[in-house]
Design a protein around this ligand. Sequence first.
Ligand code: ADP
Length: 190
Amino acid sequence: MINIVLFGKPGAGKGTQAEFLKKKYNLTHLSTGDIFRFNIKNETELGKLAKTYMDKGDLVPDEVTIQMLQSEVDKNPQSEGFLFDGFPRTLSQAEALDNFLESKKEKITATVALEANDEILVQRLLERGKTSGRPDDQDEEKIRNRYQEYNEKTAPLMDYYKAQNKFHAVDGIGTIEEITDRLSTVIDSL
Ligand code: ADP
């Protein structure tokens, strides 16, 4: 089984690349953002709760997110591997994921980060906001708040995975195909 964490700031292109990688490596793609948005659309209790955080650009609390992620993994017992997109985003989530996988005699194979400069990404998100309908993409202040959340809570995960020798980074600026190729080179070398 290969289990990959796709890492990167909001707007770095994780979702776009995940679409290609999941097919190429036959992975189950789990995007916590997409799962939350699905729940919001269907007005579930989880969706109502998540919305209060997401609309402001805040992270959804760990307990809720971890439980949801674990239940999504458990829904795919036949999977040949997972592509985690948008999870983990905090140290507690990373530790919970390691423990959870260990309980299944599995582990994270590698973390691959898409790197890009903040100013480029903010512009990309504002552009995406024109068509995505996502409230968190439409207001620069909310976008800046997502970067603050990332810098405070998510960036420390780089050291967490580096300490396990599992951290890899690729340049996230280029064409979609170029970036898929860069990511594939890393995954093929694992
Ligand atoms: P982006 O990476 O562009 O910010 P996502 O779709 O991955 O978009 O996430 C959107 C929002 O969903 C986040 O700002 C956050 O509120 C919530 N979210 C997604 N994943 C997590 C997570 N692992 N922990 C907490 N909140 C999350």
